[in-house]
Design a protein around this ligand. Structure first.
Ligand code: ZN
Length: 320
């Protein structure tokens, strides 16, 4: 893997691909930081968002009790979005970093400690895609623990693109400054990454965002191997072309899901699947058998066909 260091546009880009009005570019709000922005300002900005959005689970900042999902995989985060923590023999690997440095420091790190793991062992951060609910805390881990940020080239460009639709401070959780990571290691489609005893495969799956990725990862449950397929970006894009590309990505993802006989699916947005309910079960009975997250390959295909494919096909038909 080749590490790339780039001068970053360290601006407060809280990115969210939703049709809301607080769109800013890379050139604005350069002097705003968490420290100098008042609570009132934060609240006022938040109030400008449509109430349907603010009141949706996408903005639900209730913290979920940190949970062990498999022998080597854990979840920490909000109802809205979270981080998967993989405990490998080469250190901790994070998948996504929630919205902000504030979340990283106050939710992810304490969550990792509560799970009995050591944040100082965080070595790698994988960014599935460049919306700030996924990459917002990345710089914190780079800066504090020297973690290496892994993402696709297209997505690095996307988070630095002043023309990309971005949204400043939709969340109002006292962190409006989202510093981009200062360097990243480029990863690409089909790449298998080995972190000691743990293997992950990168799948390039645009077009929720241009450089979005999905992941296939090996986990164990009471020593039994399972294969997780994580679809990297669920919301549909705006244009016909991007939706066509999204559908191709989904077909590719499904093909690999079947080649690898994946039997678990996870989402970084716990509210969007049964993850919250299943994590409750796992916390009550950690060695539960069967693990409720293991749905089997057939149900995983059903999910892809009925939830993901149907929605993109419906959107594509609306362009005709
Ligand atoms: Zn997204």
């Amino acid at each position: 893997m080749k590490k790339i260091v780039t001068g970053s546009c360290s601006l407060p880009l809280l990115v969210l691909a939703l049709s809301v009005s607080l769109i800013v570019g890379c050139s604005s709000a350069t002097n705003e930081t968490v420290a100098n922005l008042s609570r009132e300002t934060v609240k006022a900005r938040l109030n400008k968002l449509p109430s349907s959005l603010i009141n949706s689970d996408l903005f639900n900042t209730s913290v979920i009790e940190p949970t062990q999902l498999f022998n080597n995989l854990y979840f920490v985060g909000y109802v809205s979005v979270g981080t998967f923590v993989i405990d490998t023999s080469q250190g901790i690997v994070l998948i996504d970093t929630m919205w902000t440095p504030h979340d990283a420091e106050n939710v992810i790190v304490p969550g990792i400690k509560k799970l009995g793991l050591t944040p100082e062992e965080i070595k790698y951060v994988i960014i599935t895609h460049g919306h700030s609910d996924h990459y917002g805390g990345a710089h914190y881990f780079e800066n504090k623990y020297g973690a290496e940020i892994l993402m696709r080239d297209e997505e690095w460009s996307y988070i630095h693109d002043p023309e990309a639709p971005v949204l400043t401070d939709p969340f109002g959780n006292l962190s409006t400054e989202i510093p981009s990571p200062t360097s990243y290691t480029s990863v690409s489609d089909g790449q298998t990454m080995v972190f000691g005893d743990t293997t992950l495969t990168i799948l390039a799956t645009p077009d929720h965002t241009p450089g979005g990725m999905s992941l296939i990862m090996e986990v164990t449950n009471n020593g039994e191997p399972h294969t997780v397929a994580l679809w990297g970006g669920t919301g549909l894009p705006d244009t016909k072309k991007a939706n066509q590309s999204y559908l191709s990505s989904l077909n590719y993802f499904q093909k690999v899901v079947n080649e690898r006989q994946a039997d678990v699916t996870l989402s970084n947005h716990p509210f969007s699947k049964d993850l919250i309910k299943n994590m409750d079960l796992l916390r009550k009975q950690p060695s539960r058998k069967p693990n409720p997250l293991v749905v089997g390959n057939k149900r995983l295909n059903d999910y892809i066909d009925s939830e993901l494919r149907e929605s993109v096909e419906e959107k594509l038909s609306s362009f005709e």
